[in-house]
Design a protein around this ligand. Structure first.
Ligand SMILES: Cc1ncc(COP(=O)(O)O)c(C=O)c1O
Length: 503
């Protein structure tokens, strides 16, 4: 059953005059409704929406495409629609994991919302069955789940659990990492530090991220071992200072750092050093969990390790704020030594748990993990073909529907092509394809689309990238320094469209 709820600002039901059709070939029969309704006549003019936002939201709040921001008013599956009914292909929303506004998820929310919405201090089957179901997706001994509302909260709780369990204070994080927007997680997020290491709290230590393209051990014969040794070096200095390690936190695959896939063996070795030093290992799966990597349900499984604590969020509620911390009973019990109880007003409420169940059902029913694997492999293969043609592509990497394209000025020096990457981003938006740019040098084109992304979507993206890159090659965005030699040494000019980085 597909229920459509549409309400205008005056509370009346908004049935559109502006129906548009979308291609039904995508998502391969999963969600076949092809009509999209919108209430353009009840919308504020776009300029007014922007004016109110500028006046009252503050300029720090991130906005895609500052130059001509999009006003998106509806979305379905991997498509979004602006106020004029234009369709955009969404290649980056990993929160809308099972597809934007999936009817099964909306229906679960609606049904439970009309029955009961209360906190987790009462018994409720939704809560008990959900935590059973989610922990069953993890290997032993990860059997306990705390529920909360955001990835930031989950990581904050993970840090508290680690401190309570180890008695330690020191935390090791990775270069380029982002773990959330609250103070404790900003502390461990070099990605957000404006003044680089000057913003680093003393208890935080930054290890090089296991980058196989441009990191210090990218060309090593054993990069996994060498990058893990960097973690050990930090542990040695912590010991020398007479301090105790609390936690090593990392995303199983780094997203904000620029779609970085750790080399084989990295997590095994790093986790061993951390545990030998009495610390715990936290895997942040807020972006990459729930089957995105295709071959496995969780990113850490691709490295054949079992973390002590795992944090999950974004895709968990397909847009509804629900997140969680999964850990061992021993670590969970340690928190009891320092606080009287865990209580979270919204975490674990029956509506969130109903939604969480629905998301898991859809992942299973529509075989989205398998789709991520097949379509993701296809995407990497097709993008690698593009790499043969366009010298500005330094690297194509990915696992499942988690793909990065590194844009460079020069393939030999690997100098980041920041301005060109941002220009590609802008021109793709003009073609109504939304990708993002990220990484330490803001030069990695990222794709992490809803999991119903199809092969024909990949073709559309690759074909458009090909055109955009060809256009750029002949425009004044890239000016060859030595045109007569035909080298790939490129200088970027004419850059006025840099957009906000994304999480
Ligand atoms: C890896 C990672 N961890 C944690 C967070 C924080 O999640 P939230 O924005 O839900 O607080 C993010 C958000 O982008 C993230 O990418």
């Amino acid at each position: 059953m597909k229920r459509r709820h549409s309400r205008s600002s005056d509370g009346s039901s908004g049935i559109s005059s502006g129906s548009v059709s979308v291609a039904s070939s995508v998502c391969d029969g999963n969600q076949n409704d092809t009509s999209v309704s919108m209430t353009s006549e009840t919308q504020l003019p776009k300029e007014e929406t922007l004016r109110l936002r500028n006046e009252h939201l503050g300029s720090l709040t991130a906005l895609y495409f500052r130059e001509n921001p999009l006003k998106i008013i509806r979305a379905e599956r991997q498509y979004m629609y602006d106020e004029e009914g234009n369709q955009y292909l969404d290649c980056i929303n990993n929160v809308a994991h099972v597809g934007h506004c999936h009817p099964a998820v909306s229906e679960a929310a609606y049904q439970q919302m009309t029955q009961l919405y209360t906190n987790s201090r009462y018994l409720h089957d939704n809560l008990s069955t959900y935590v059973k179901r989610i922990t069953q997706l993890f290997p032993d001994p990860l059997t306990v789940c705390f529920l909360c509302n955001s990835g930031s909260e989950a990581n904050d709780l993970a840090l508290r659990l680690a401190r309570a369990h180890t008695g330690g204070s020191e935390v090791i994080t990775l270069f380029g990492a982002y773990h959330g927007h609250i103070q404790s997680t900003i502390d461990i997020s070099p990605y957000k530090w404006k003044n680089d290491m000057a913003d680093k709290p003393k208890y935080v230590h930054v290890a090089p991220n296991p980058d196989m393209y441009r990191g210090p051990h990218a060309n090593s014969a054993s990069p996994g071992r060498d990058y893990a040794l960097e973690v050990k070096k930090i542990i040695d200095t912590i010991k020398l200072d007479g301090k105790q390690l609390s936690a090593f936190i990392m995303e199983s695959l780094q997203s904000c750092a620029g779609q970085v896939l750790p080399p084989p063996g990295y997590m095994t070795e790093a986790f061993r050093y951390v545990r030998e030093a009495g610390g715990v290992c936290i895997a942040d799966e807020v972006q990459v969990g729930f089957g995105r990597v295709g071959s496995h349900y969780w990113g850490f499984e691709t490295q054949d390790v079992i973390p002590d604590i795992v944090t999950i969020g974004k895709p968990m509620g397909n847009g509804h704020p629900i997140a969680g911390v999964i850990t061992t009973k021993a670590i969970a019990d340690s928190l009891g030594n320092i606080v009287s109880s865990y209580f979270n007003t919204y975490g674990g409420n029956p509506v969130s748990c109903a939604i969480g169940h629905a998301v898991l059902d859809v992942i299973e029913d529509e075989q989205l993990k398998k789709n991520a694997q097949e379509v993701g492999e296809y995407a990497v293969k097709e993008l690698q073909k593009l790499e043969l043609k366009h010298k500005i592509i330094g690297d194509v990497r990915g696992m499942g529907l988690f793909v990065g394209i590194e844009i460079v000025k020069n393939r030999s020096t690997r100098e980041p092509g920041t301005a060109v990457a941002n220009e590609i981003h802008r021109r793709m938006k003009n073609r109504r394809i939304i990708i993002s740019v990220d990484g330490a040098f803001d030069n990695v084109l990222k794709m992490k689309p809803p999991m119903c992304f199809s092969r024909s979507n990949v073709d559309h993206v690759v074909w458009s990238l090909d055109e955009v890159m060809s256009e750029i090659a002949t425009s004044d965005v890239i000016k060859p320094l030595k045109p007569s030699t035909g080298t790939s040494h490129l200088e970027e000019v004419n850059v006025s469209h840099l957009s906000a980085a994304t999480n």
